[in-house]
Write a protein that binds this ligand. Structure first.
Ligand SMILES: Cc1cc2nc3c(=O)[nH]c(=O)nc-3n(C[C@H](O)[C@H](O)[C@H](O)COP(=O)(O)OP(=O)(O)OC[C@H]3O[C@@H](n4cnc5c(N)ncnc54)[C@H](O)[C@@H]3O)c2cc1C
Length: 505
C-alpha cells in the first residue's frame, strides 16, 4: 500500500508548529498538511519544562503570535499560560485535528525523481509498543525546536555519585520533589537558574546559585502598564499591535546600542544591579560578566524577584569553579564548601538540528554542518525543506512568524508556476560564520559545528534583526536567483521558473 501523502508535513507541535499550521491553513488553504509530534501533548518547551517558577524571559507581546493578541496582564508570563495560549490557538482554529501525537520522526529521504520526501517515524502505542509509520510529503517543515528532548546537558562533575542528596536537572523536574526547608544549590547562572532561585527560595531552607562566571541580569516589570492601558482603551488586536511594535523597537534599540557602545550599556546594567543590592554587595564578583552585553542572552527577571530573594537572605550567590562533589554538597577550587540536600544542575540543553532526524537527498546523507543556511530558513543543496530557528536576541516567535509566512509565499509561488521542487544552490559562496554569530553561550558553542553555516552576503546571511528579516522574508521576491526550481515532470536540465511554467502547461 502506498504511504499516506500530504502536501506539507510539519515536524513538532510546539509554538512554531502551531504557527506553521495557522499560516498554512490561512495562506495555502488548498494544501493538505499533518503535524507529527513525538510527545503526548502540544506546547513543546512550554509543556516539557515544569520546574518551579518556569516562565518566559522575553515579553509575551513580542513572543505571542502576530495573529493572536496576548491578553493576559502579565507580559512576563508563567509557562502554564504560554502552554494554554498555544493550545487555545490550535483548538480555536481547528489546527489540533491535524496533529498526530506520539509520532517521533526518525529520518526523511528526498527523491528528486518523485519530488517528495518519504518520512519514517515511530508511533508509540498506548501499551508501550512501538510501530514504524511511513508518510510522504512534498514539503517538509521542521518546527522541532533546537534542543534534545530526551535529556538536558550535565557536565561531568567529579564524584557526583558520592553526593548523598538528590541531583535534579530542570528539564526533568520530578513533580513530587519536596524541597521545603531544604538547602539547595543551583548550578548555573542562565535564564533557568535565575528563574529557579526566587521560586525555590519561597519554601526552601536556603538557595545558593553557584556560577562559574556571572551573567548580565536586568529587571523588568512583570506587567507592561502601557500595554495594559492600551488594551483598556482600544480593541485587543490594535492594542496588541501597538504594544508589539513598541517592544520590538525598544529591543532593537537596546541591542544596537549594546553592539555599538558595549561599555556604556555594561555600566548602565551594573549600576542598576548595585541599586538593587546596595553598596555593600560584591557586584564585581557576582554580577559582572566577562563578556560584552548580548554576547550571551540577557537574563530578564520580573519585578526584581531574584534581587529580592538575595536581599531577604533566603538566597545567595557563590562564584567559583567546582573542584568536586562531596557527600554533603560541593567543594569549590577556592576551598569553600557548599552544603546541600538537593543540587539542581541548571547547566543547559543539548542542542540538535531538525529534531535529531537523519536526512538524505537522492540517497546521499546530509550533514547540516556542511551546508549553507539560505535566509536562515533552508539549506543549500536540500530541496523542499524549511525549518524554524528564532531569534536569540529577541522573541523566538517574531522570526517564526516571518519564516512561516515565507514558506507559504514560496509554496504559493511554486503552485502559480506549476513547480514542484525548490533547492537553494550555493554557487561559490564560502562558509564565513557559524549559524549564530558573536554568541558565546556554552550550549551554542558546543553545538554550532553541526549547524548550517552562514555565507558572507545575502541570501546566505542569518540575521538577528527583525526589520532586516521582514524585508528579506516578506518583501523580497521569492525567485531571487539563488533558488533553483526544477520539476520532475521535466527530464531536461534545470530551467528558470518562467521556462518551467511553460513546459508544465
Ligand atoms: C526553559 C526555556 C525558556 C525559554 N524562554 C524563552 C523566552 O522567554 N522567549 C523566547 O523567545 N524563547 C524562549 N525559549 C526558546 C523556546 O524554545 C522558544 O521560545 C519556543 O518555545 C520554541 O518553539 P518551537 O516550537 O520552535 O520548539 P519547541 O518548543 O522545542 O517545540 C518543538 C516540538 O517538536 C517536537 N519534536 C522534536 N523533535 C521531533 C521529532 N523528531 N519528531 C516529532 N516531533 C519532534 C517536540 O516534541 C516539541 O513538541 C526558551 C526555551 C527554554 C528551554
Amino acid at each position: 500500500m502506498a504511504p499516506e501523502h500530504f502536501d506539507v508535513l510539519i515536524m513538532g507541535a510546539g509554538l512554531s508548529g502551531i504557527d506553521a499550521a495557522h499560516h498554512l491553513q490561512k495562506l495555502c488553504p488548498n494544501k493538505s498538511y499533518v503535524i507529527l509530534e513525538q510527545r503526548d501533548r502540544m506546547g513543546g518547551t512550554w509543556d516539557l519544562f515544569r520546574y518551579p517558577g518556569v516562565r518566559s524571559d522575553s515579553d509575551m507581546l513580542t513572543m505571542g503570535y502576530s495573529f493572536r493578541p496576548w491578553t493576559s496582564p502579565k507580559a512576563i508570563s508563567p509557562g502554564d499560560d504560554i502552554r494554554d495560549y498555544i493550545s487555545a490557538t490550535a483548538h480555536d482554529e481547528g489546527l489540533d485535528r491535524n496533529i498526530r501525537f506520539r509520532h517521533q520522526i526518525k529520518r526523511a529521504a528526498w527523491s528528486s525523481a518523485e519530488a517528495r520526501w518519504t518520512v519514517q517515524a515511530v508511533r508509540k502505542l498506548p501499551d508501550g509498543r512501538e510501530e514504524p509509520v511511513a508518510l510522504t510529503c512534498n514539503f517538509l517543515f521542521s518546527c522541532a525546536g533546537y534542543y534534545r528532548y530526551s535529556g538536558g546537558y550535565t557536565p561531568e562533575f567529579p564524584d557526583i555519585d558520592v553526593f548523598q542528596g538528590r541531583v535534579v536537572h530542570p528539564q526533568a523536574w520530578p513533580q513530587d520533589l519536596d524541597y521545603s526547608g531544604k538547602r539547595m544549590v543551583i548550578i548555573g547562572s542562565g535564564a533557568t537558574a535565575v528563574t529557579l532561585v526566587p521560586a525555590l527560595a519561597k519554601t526552601a531552607g536556603h538557595v545558593t546559585m553557584l556560577q562559574r562566571s556571572p551573567t548580565y541580569i536586568i529587571s523588568m516589570p512583570e506587567q507592561d502598564t502601557k500595554a495594559n492601558w492600551l488594551r483598556s482603551v482600544l480593541p485587543a488586536m490594535w492594542a496588541y499591535r501597538l504594544s508589539r511594535w513598541k517592544n520590538v523597537g525598544f529591543m532593537i534599540y537596546l541591542y544596537q546600542l549594546s553592539q555599538r557602545f558595549p561599555n556604556f550599556i555594561k555600566d548602565g546594567l551594573l549600576k542598576k544591579v548595585r541599586e538593587e543590592l546596595g553598596p555593600d554587595y560584591d557586584v564585581a564578583t557576582h554580577f559582572t560578566p566577562r563578556y560584552k552585553p548580548w554576547e550571551q542572552r540577557l537574563c530578564l527577571v520580573p519585578d526584581s524577584d531574584l534581587f529580592q530573594a538575595i536581599k531577604s537572605g533566603r538566597a545567595g550567590v557563590a562564584t567559583g569553579e567546582i573542584e568536586t562533589f562531596t557527600g554533603n554538597g560541593i567543594r569549590l577550587k577556592s576551598g569553600e564548601e557548599l552544603h546541600a540536600d538537593i543540587i539542581v544542575t541548571a547547566t543547559g540543553l543539548v542542542m540538535q538540528t531538525f529534531g535529531g532526524i537523519e536526512l538524505s537527498v537522492d540517497g546521499r546523507d546530509i550533514d547540516p554542518g556542511e551546508t549553507l543556511a539560505y535566509k536562515g530558513v533552508m539549506m543549500s543543496g536540500v530541496p523542499n525543506l524549511a525549518s524554524v530557528f528564532g531569534y536569540i536576541n529577541a522573541s523566538w516567535t517574531l522570526k517564526a512568524d516571518l519564516i512561516c509566512n515565507y514558506v507559504c509565499r514560496l509554496l504559493n509561488f511554486m503552485d502559480s508556476k506549476g513547480l514542484r521542487q525548490v533547492t537553494p544552490m550555493n554557487r561559490g559562496e564560502q562558509a564565513a560564520a557559524p549559524f549564530v554569530e558573536n554568541f558565546s553561550s556554552g550550549y551554542m558553542q558546543r553545538a554550532l559545528t553541526k549547524w548550517p553555516k552562514q555565507g558572507s552576503k545575502p541570501p546566505w546571511r542569518v540575521h538577528q534583526n527583525y526589520i532586516r528579516d521582514t524585508i528579506t522574508l516578506k518583501w523580497t521576491p521569492v525567485d531571487d536567483g539563488a533558488l533553483e526550481f526544477s520539476n520532475p515532470l521535466e527530464t531536461s536540465p534545470k530551467l528558470a521558473p518562467r521556462e518551467l511554467a511553460q513546459a508544465a502547461k
